[in-house]
Design a protein around this ligand. Structure first.
Ligand code: C5J
Length: 220
């Protein structure tokens, strides 16, 4: 067992039953000129996550920890996208429309894939998800069960949307979650702050929060 300093209390995990989860580190959300920016967001806030997350990913790979990447997106015919989701957002840039990096959030398009800095390598799991949560309508639960994973180190974007939804889903399924504070990002600084507080409040109601340095030191 490994113990690291965390909020609200030290977090203990066994690397052999732990997975590092990278949520939606996709070009559509992170690249300047992409979908995220077209919605009026400052992608620089999300891009601060890339370097610390690259460090955690390298440490996890060196330690032999299971690595799981997720991608939010839809089939080209949008049959897996509820009309309610399709109607949301800026009318000129909706899911399935042509964007600078291909059709927005459509599987197989350049913009849908993971940024080069964090690209999956052979043996890593990639979960394609149509929703915000990584458990909804995906094989994630089966993959974790098959690998006897009980603990998730959660990273990615955005803190208050897909990270939060996934952590909440994971809680209800009995997983212990540690959210790595500098490896999750939001377009909105106040959502980042409050989103992290909500995870660890009330004695870790959803999980624990720690910095990448603590996680990297523990995996060394
Ligand atoms: C959003 C996500 N923000 N990955 N997706 O729509 O958080």
């Amino acid at each position: 067992m490994t113990e690291i300093p965390a909020t609200p209390s030290p977090f203990t995990f066994d690397p052999t039953t732990t997975a590092l989860v990278l949520i939606d580190m996709q070009r559509d959300f992170l690249l300047p000129g992409g979908f995220g920016e077209s919605l009026g967001n400052d992608v620089a806030l999300l891009r601060t996550v890339i370097d610390p997350l690259a460090g955690v990913l390298a440490a996890a790979r060196a330690a032999g920890i299971t690595v799981i990447h997720t991608r939010e997106g839809h089939l080209p015919d949008l049959s897996d996208c509820p009309p309610s989701k399709l109607r949301r957002g800026n009318p000129s840039q909706r899911i399935g429309d042509q964007g600078r990096f291909g059709r927005i959030l459509i599987r197989g398009e350049y913009g849908h894939d993971i940024i080069d800095e964090l690209a999956p390598i052979d043996g890593e799991i990639v979960i394609d998800k149509p929703g915000k949560g990584a458990f909804y309508a995906t094989e994630l639960a089966a993959v974790l069960h098959r690998q006897s994973i009980t603990t998730l180190l959660v990273t990615g974007v955005t803190t208050e949307v897909c990270v939060h939804t996934t952590v909440r889903e994971a809680n209800d399924r009995g997983y212990e979650c540690l959210v790595i504070a500098d490896c999750v990002g939001s377009y909105f600084p106040e959502f980042q702050r409050v989103g992290l507080s909500m995870i660890s409040a009330q004695g870790a109601i959803f999980g624990w929060v720690a910095d990448s340095a603590a996680v990297i030191a523990a995996l060394d």
